[in-house]
Design a protein around this ligand. Structure first.
Ligand code: AMP
Ligand code: MG
Length: 695
């Protein structure tokens, strides 16, 4: 069995109860896509794990649980203590000897009693208690170890600690002594559902694996901010990394033979883990919005080509259950874990038989006792010259390759009769005819649809690795702009752009962040841009983007040395201000709502798609006869607010760019190319429905 639905990573602790406030060096549990969980002591952790496992079993999910302490001692120890090399025998032997209360336990005395069985002071050392304990040295002075200091895997894991050391920074000895009994109890409680890697075959829904966060140290260091608890960060990162790995790589990691000493999952695969966990792409280049010098009005296609070339994905990835994947961007190819259909089956209710066993002409076949139904297959074989009752979706039993439809049969006296002329394989579906196992079911960069989720489920995927949502901050500028619902003075207008743009972002599948309205005041605007760049991947402003006195967005960006005025040959549209503010792209849209709407659809959306991890998206339009006349001058591209009625494209009665009602009236845009056009009724024009833009 391969493939895990859930990955849970545990940073264990051998110490005493750490109190109610989350702190380091206690137990931390990380699950893919979830906030890390703090457990103040082992009893709490054991309870949490048992509940988590119950839930997984209930849900029919496969659960991979990692613990950051050795599952076995160096070769020879288990044999010396239990008479067997089997580490699980040692678990069973150890469990009843360990006393563990939240605030006290017997680990030092127990280790001393083990040491007493061997000459010299060893193998355990380190005493965290005030009182001296015979046989347990405080330091390695006078220490003698009858066993190897390290397991084979530890000699390869640079920086890992041997399991004999019971106290001091980084010591794992206490974690092993205090951890194995918990695992042993869980193993007993969930007997038949848990396998322990690499000692048992992973045929159960739950697997315990040994992990060591040291393998992903560089990313953990980079990801741990001031005030973050490293233990919490690393279990989450490791869970995410294991979930994000290609299943084949994880399967390769699990392919280990180490029946006596065990192994650290991922050892030798550090690069895979680091790659999987640091999917965060590099930031945008500083000059990504630079325009060639001397450019006046840039044609739409050229402007788009520049964006396409320079922008890259800026979002990280995460693994989510299918139910949360709708509308998200697939971060990596989704591979079919299982063929669909998994087995050849019947497409209809009817009678199945071997085609080779019937003669030409009308057919009468004796019926085999029994039937094959969907999910309840017939487990025998159907002899040649006989037929079996089969129901839609049922696996074809051995001896059946063709099915005759109920409606074409007469059944009586244990026989079925039907006319000849059936084709071999009639009314059946081949295994994998929809999707073969191992095939790419969905390609990276896809914006996931309900149909995609059905496909993913059908090939055995319960989670998908998707891009984190692109976070888009939206703000409006202009002294005249006020909040709808407030008292308006003459000359003031209500902010129409913000609700529109926030809603458009949500429709595109982005996380829209409302940064409110900003007056025409540079200090306030700068502060708001600062805050927006902290919160978002991209900032969308409207208003103030031209080169006038009150065009503060462009002025500020220019001041910061990060602004380009994109004058695009487009109607409706005004110059766009494009730039980077503290490394985050800013799209300064025109204030005019119609222009803001069109510029968002034509420019901002494809650009944002690239930032969000989709490929370059081109809206699908189609030609329909015009229901209008228009004469268009050459030199720029035009978009008209339009709708299709009776198969013809109607356009809004006014092209006035202040007419918001026309946006709402329309179902889409008519696109008129850069050249001159003379359009009469019935002439084909290109209509692009709002839906094609993702609205
Ligand atoms: P601007 O690009 O700032 O010169 O604004 C162009 C036009 O759009 C002006 O008439 C503004 O009043 C109007 N406008 C700017 N922002 C908004 C907004 N958020 N909602 C509605 N109209 C706006
Ligand atoms: Mg303005």
């Amino acid at each position: 069995m391969t493939g895990w639905d859930r990955v849970v990573m545990v940073d264990w602790s051998g110490g005493n109860d750490a109190g109610p406030t989350p702190k380091k060096d206690a137990i931390w549990i990380g699950e893919t896509g979830q906030e890390p969980v703090y457990c103040r002591n082992r009893t709490v952790a054991e309870g949490w794990l048992a509940e988590r496992m119950d839930a997984a079993l209930q849900a029919g999910e496969r659960l991979l649980i990692g613990f950051d302490f050795p599952f076995a001692y160096p070769a020879g120890f288990a044999q010396a203590m239990t008479g067997s090399d089997d580490p699980l025998a040692l678990w069973s032997w150890l469990e009843p000897q360990v006393q563990d209360a939240p605030k006290a336990n017997n680990r030092f005395d127990l280790a001393a009693s083990f040491n007493a069985r061997f000459p010299g002071n060893g193998p355990f050392w380190g005493n965290g208690l005030k009182r001296d304990i015979p046989h347990l040295p405080r330091t390695k002075q006078g220490y003698a170890n009858p066993f190897p200091d390290h397991r084979l895997c530890e000699t390869k894991a640079k920086g890992s600690f041997p399991c004999w050391q019971l106290s001091g920074a980084g010591a794992v000895g206490s974690q092993v002594l205090m951890g194995l009994p918990v695992l042993e109890r869980l193993r007993r409680r969930f007997a038949g559902h848990i396998s322990v890697w690499p000692f048992e075959a992973l045929t159960t829904p739950i697997a315990f694996v040994e992990i060591w966060p040291g393998l992903i140290n560089p990313v953990v260091r980079a990801a741990t901010g001031r005030g973050d608890i490293r233990d919490a960060v690393q279990v989450s990162l490791l869970a995410n990394a294991l979930s994000a790995l290609a299943p084949a790589r994880l399967a390769a990691m699990l392919e280990v033979t180490a029946p006596v000493e065990g192994w650290i999952l991922g050892l030798g695969f550090e690069k895979d883990l680091l790659d999987a966990v640091s999917l965060k792409p590099p930031p945008l280049r500083n000059d990504c919005f630079a325009l060639p010098p001397g450019v006046d009005w840039t044609p739409v296609d050229e402007a788009l080509a520049m964006l396409e070339e320079r922008l890259t994905c800026v979002t990280g990835s995460e693994t989510v259950p299918l139910r949360d994947a709708m509308g998200r961007v697939l971060a990596e190819d989704a591979i079919a874990q299982r063929a669909n259909p998994p087995l050849p089956n019947t497409a209809v209710d009817g009678y199945g038989f071997a085609f080779a066993s019937i003669a030409e002409g009308d057919v009468i076949l004796p019926l085999t006792e029994g039937r094959s139904a969907a999910g309840v297959p017939f487990d025998g074989s159907v002899p040649p010259g006989q037929a079996l009752r089969v129901l839609t979706g049922a696996a074809l039993p051995e001896g059946v390759d063709t099915v005759v439809l109920d409606e074409d049969c007469t059944v009586s006296g244990g026989q079925v009769a039907f006319r000849g002329g059936l084709k071999p394989g009639a009314n059946t579906r081949k295994a994998g005819e929809d999707m073969a196992q191992g095939a790419v079911a969905l390609q990276a960069g896809r914006l996931l649809t309900p149909a995609d989720l059905a496909l993913a489920a059908s090939v055995g995927l319960s989670t998908l690795t998707v891009r984190e949502k692109l976070k888009v901050a939206v703000l409006s500028t202009g002294d005249e702009v006020i909040e709808p619902g407030t008292q308006a003075a003459p000359g003031q207008i209500f902010d129409a752009n913000r609700p529109m743009l926030l809603a458009m972002m949500a429709r595109f599948g982005f996380e829209a962040i409302d940064m409110g309205r900003v007056p025409d005041d540079r200090a306030t605007l700068a502060r708001t841009l600062d805050a927006a760049s902290q919160k978002a991947d991209l900032i969308l402003t409207s208003g103030g983007a031209s080169a006038g006195d009150e065009d503060h967005v462009s002025a500020l960006l220019r001041q910061a040395g990060a602004m380009q005025e994109w004058r695009i040959a487009l109607k409706p549209g005004r110059p766009l201000a494009l730039g980077l503010w503290q490394g985050k792209p800013v799209f300064g849209l025109p204030g005019n709502p119609v222009a803001a709407f069109v510029c968002t659809l034509i420019f901002a959306r494809p650009a944002m798609g690239l930032l969000a991890g989709t490929g370059w998206s081109q809206p699908q339009g189609f030609d329909v006869p015009a229901a209008f006349s228009k004469r268009k001058k050459p030199g720029r591209r035009e978009y008209l607010r339009a709708r299709v009625r009776d198969g013809k494209a109607e356009v809004f009665k006014s092209e006035g760019s202040g007419r918001i009602s026309g946006l709402s009236w329309g179902d889409g845009l008519v696109e008129l190319d850069d050249g001159a056009r003379e359009i009469g009724p019935g002439d084909p024009v290109r209509f692009i429905p709002y839906g094609s833009f993702g609205l």
